[in-house]
Structure formats: C-alpha cells, structure tokens
Design a binder for this molecule. Structure first.
Ligand code: ADP
Length: 329
C-alpha cells in the first residue's frame, strides 16, 4: 500500500463526521483525525449529527482540547443521525454548499455501508475529496477484515451470553440469544464461537431447525442442563425461533434480545488502537489530497480500499469462521 505518511499537506481545512449507527471507537477515530490534522497544521471542523447536521450547517471548528477525555467513551461526541434528504441530489448539493461555505476542502466520514455510500455519491458530485472509515459493530464493510466497534460489540455479547448461560443452566432451560449484525452474521458467529454457544444461526449458512431440536432433546435426556443458541438478527427473529424451539423440544425456552446494549460501552483496547491508526491514516491521506478511499485492515495491517468498490460489493462472511464453528460448536 501507498505510504501516505510524511506527505505534504495540500489542503488547508478538513472536516470529520460520524454517521449512521454509532459504534464504540468512533470517538477514538475522530480524535485521531483531529489531532493528526492539527499536528500537520491543518484546520479541522466537526460536522455534528451526520448528514442531517451537514445539511443544517451544524459545523464547528475543533481544537486539540475538543477531543480530550474522549478515547475511552462509547457513542460519538459529534452525534450521529439518519437523513433521508441526503439521499436526494438536492440534499447533497445543500450539504456540499455548507462545507464550501466554511472553506472545508476534504471530508473524513466515519460510518457504515450506508454512510459510505452517501459519501461516494457526494464525491461523484465533485467539489470535495472524501475518505471513509468503516464505523459499525456489524463488521460488514467490503474490503476490510475489521470495522470500528466490532470488537467491543462482540465482547459485550460474549459477556451477556456468559451470564445467560448461568441462569439457563440453573433452570435447565434453552436460551435463544439474538445478536445484532444487520444482514451480516459476523457478530453472531464471533460471539457464538467465543462464548462456546451450542448453536449459531447466521444468514449466510443454511440450518435445519428440526435436526437441531432433535439433538437438543437427546442431549437433555442425557443430563444436559443448558443450551445456548445464538441467532443473528439477519437470520430470523429471536422470539420466532424461541417459539419454534419451545414447541418442538417441549423444553422451557427463553429468549434474550441483546439489542442496543451491543452498541454502547467503553471501547476495547483493540477498538481504541485500530480506530486511532485508521484515524491517523485517514487524516494524512485527506490532507495530502487523496480521495475516494476507505481505510481498513487486512491481516492486521492498515490498507486502503477503493470507496466505490467498498460500497458496491457485499462482504461475505469469512469462510474460516464458518469452518471453525463447524468444528468447535
Ligand atoms: P450506516 O452508515 O450505519 O450503514 P445508514 O444505512 O442508516 O447507516 O446510513 C446513514 C445515512 O447515510 C443515511 O441516513 C443517509 O443520510 C446516508 N445514506 C445511506 N444510504 C444512502 C444512499 N444510498 N444514498 C445517499 N445517502 C445514503
């Protein structure tokens, strides 16, 4: 990959924003963008509340101290939002006008697939270079092994599953745990493997509920006290699955929908470090005039991915995870 460090800054002012679903580590990434740009003598603005804030001109200049006491916090200090108007060309034009009004010459967007798609459309209109950072707990952005927040979310899910196993075991219950992930099974797969779940149901892999229920009944006859079934929200609803499993097995079955708890919390060391590395690379790239790239990780190293390739492709679930689950689960 191209070495962008030490490049000469060609831009005088950039902006950073967070958009779409928040994820732990977005603050660490934005902080790194701000501090790197300031270190290089470039002015930095923060766009508050995603594309909505861009259209409403919620744009503030940031200083070094604006991002103090932040790396350990979940959420995003810039705020995030969803904005229908940005999906129209007129909306994006309004956003671009606001950026230009502040003298902003480059934009770093931290967000998921949707936010990066919005960024690619803004870029196509010309007028401003765009660099994206993948910020989502779903780990579903094409071209990168890692997205900011996925590690914290997986840790949160594993911690919850540990607790659910205790209570399931006490009552000889089956516990269905629904985890987030949008249409991707990554979060379910990783949290299922790491928590030692008995079954993991993800949208990318076919599963047979009848067979699973028969197996569970047999195992309870032999003295098993608990079964954890982790299901990705993109595969089927936890409540629906719980009803089917309860009916087919006749064993007391409960469901726990982990929900937004997976989005919050103080980021893990991995998320803080990776978000910081990505933020630095994004800032160095944008101030040296690079555009239309997303920075991510491939086999532990920071890589740049073409923005249009990233938003036009669907990331498959890592077959190595599927293989590992088939052996261990
Ligand atoms: P995420 O970035 O987490 O995937 P969303 O899919 O909700 O979250 O996208 C966040 C915002 O990005 C949307 O509210 C919208 O403003 C913008 N966006 C998403 N998809 C598009 C699109 N196809 N065209 C233009 N803007 C989009």
């Amino acid at each position: 990959m191209e070495d962008l460090s030490g490049g000469i800054s060609v831009l005088n002012a950039i902006a950073v924003m967070t958009s779409g679903g928040d994820s732990p580590g977005m603050n660490a990434a934005a902080r790194a963008v701000v501090r790197t740009a300031l270190y290089e003598g470039v002015k930095v603005f923060g766009i508050q509340n995603g594309y909505k804030g861009m259209l409403n001109d919620e744009i503030i200049e940031l200083q070094r101290r604006s991002v103090s006491d932040l790396i350990q916090r979940g959420g995003t200090f810039l705020g995030t939002a969803r904005c229908k108007e940005f999906k129209t060309e007129e909306g994006r034009r309004k956003g671009l006008d606001n950026l230009q009004k502040h003298g902003i010459e480059g934009l770093v967007i931290i967000g998921g697939d949707g936010s990066l798609t919005g960024g690619s459309l803004l870029s196509k209109m010309g007028g401003i270079p765009i660099v994206g950072l993948p910020g989502t707990i779903d780990n579903d952005v094409w071209g990168t092994d890692y997205t900011i927040g996925c590690d914290t979310a997986a840790n949160t899910a594993v911690e919850a599953i540990n607790k659910l196993r205790d209570t399931a075991s006490a009552h000889k219950r089956i516990m269905v745990v629904e985890v987030m992930g949008h249409t991707s099974g990554w979060l379910a797969m990783v949290s299922g493997i790491a928590s030692g779940a008995e079954y993991i149901i993800v949208p990318e892999v076919k599963y047979n509920i009848d067979e699973m229920c028969e197996e569970i009944v047999e195992s309870y006859k032999k003295g098993r006290r608990y079964t954890i079934i982790v299901v990705a929200e993109g595969a089927c609803s936890g409540v629906g699955l719980k009803n089917v499993v309860q009916e087919k097995t006749g064993i007391d079955t409960r469901v726990s929908i982990l929900g937004h708890i997976q989005r919050g919390g103080s980021p893990t060391v991995e998320d803080r470090m990776k978000a910081s590395q990505l933020g630095e690379r994004a800032a160095l790239a944008i101030i040296s005039g690079v555009s239309n790239v997303v920075f991510g990780f491939d086999e532990g190293k920071v890589v740049s991915i073409n923005l249009f390739d990233s938003v036009n492709n669907k990331k498959p679930l890592d077959p190595e995870l599927v293989r590992l689950a088939s052996v261990l689960v």
